[in-house]
Design a protein around this ligand. Sequence first.
Ligand SMILES: [Zn+2]
Length: 293
Amino acid sequence: MAITTFKVGDVTIHRVVEQEGPFFDPLEFFPTLTAEVLEENRGWMTEGGYLDRQSGQLVLCIQSYLVQTPHHTILIDSCVGNHKPRPTRPFWNMLSTDRFEKNLAATGVSVDQIDYVMCTHLHVDHVGWNTRLENGRWVPTFPKAKYVFADRELVYWTETEKRDASAAPWITDSVLPIVAARREEVVKSDHQLSDGVKLIPTPGHTIDHYSVQFGKPGADAVITGDMIHSPLQARYPELGMRVDYSSPQAGESRRKLFNCLCDTSTLVCTAHFPSPSSGHMQRWDDGFRFVPV
Ligand SMILES: [Zn+2]
């Protein structure tokens, strides 16, 4: 059974998993990855469960993090969600599964106990449970929560959706209804939410992506969001992902953050690494090695 709960100082962190499995061909997912470099790394990637032994596909977890601080209960990212048309992504199209809701309930926290929903960025697999279908309308799933969006991220995706709604249907059904319900809290991507909860700007994968740091020095954790998708991008920080807004900028964000975190006790909680998804960073040649807990 994979670990789903971590204690870091006075903070409790739960993983709330929606899906986990082989999803993408690594050579398509990382367009500049060569077959040769993939082969060099296939051994440890397969052993670690990051590549599927049969198909060779990248194994990814789709999950949220639920964080309980002494003051707040915070959900970071909100997966894919149910009943949402995603015509270009068959494995996420019109999803209808109780796995996310069951795993959330297993933490002992109910939807109306969540104070904040923080979206590290506004991609399809990070905003889905922001809303749920009620009598044919999309309403906030977490009725008492403020939804924390980075200002430039929200502007960028609102304009994208306005130009062509079919380019970002997840904005239509999972972000704009939050704004319409006036549940959004628009912040700078370096915002300090409270004592011990701070956003870290990690742009590149999207225009104004943020990560979130919890706790105090010596007993802290960073929820990375999608500033990294695979430990291969720790080993090679410049390795860009298919839908990056700016891969060079994403590479800079990885180097900057991992230079600070590596060889420290900071727990690194990734969005998409397979279970347990969390661990520590160490230096590895010119890059970094992810060591799962
Ligand atoms: Zn993602």
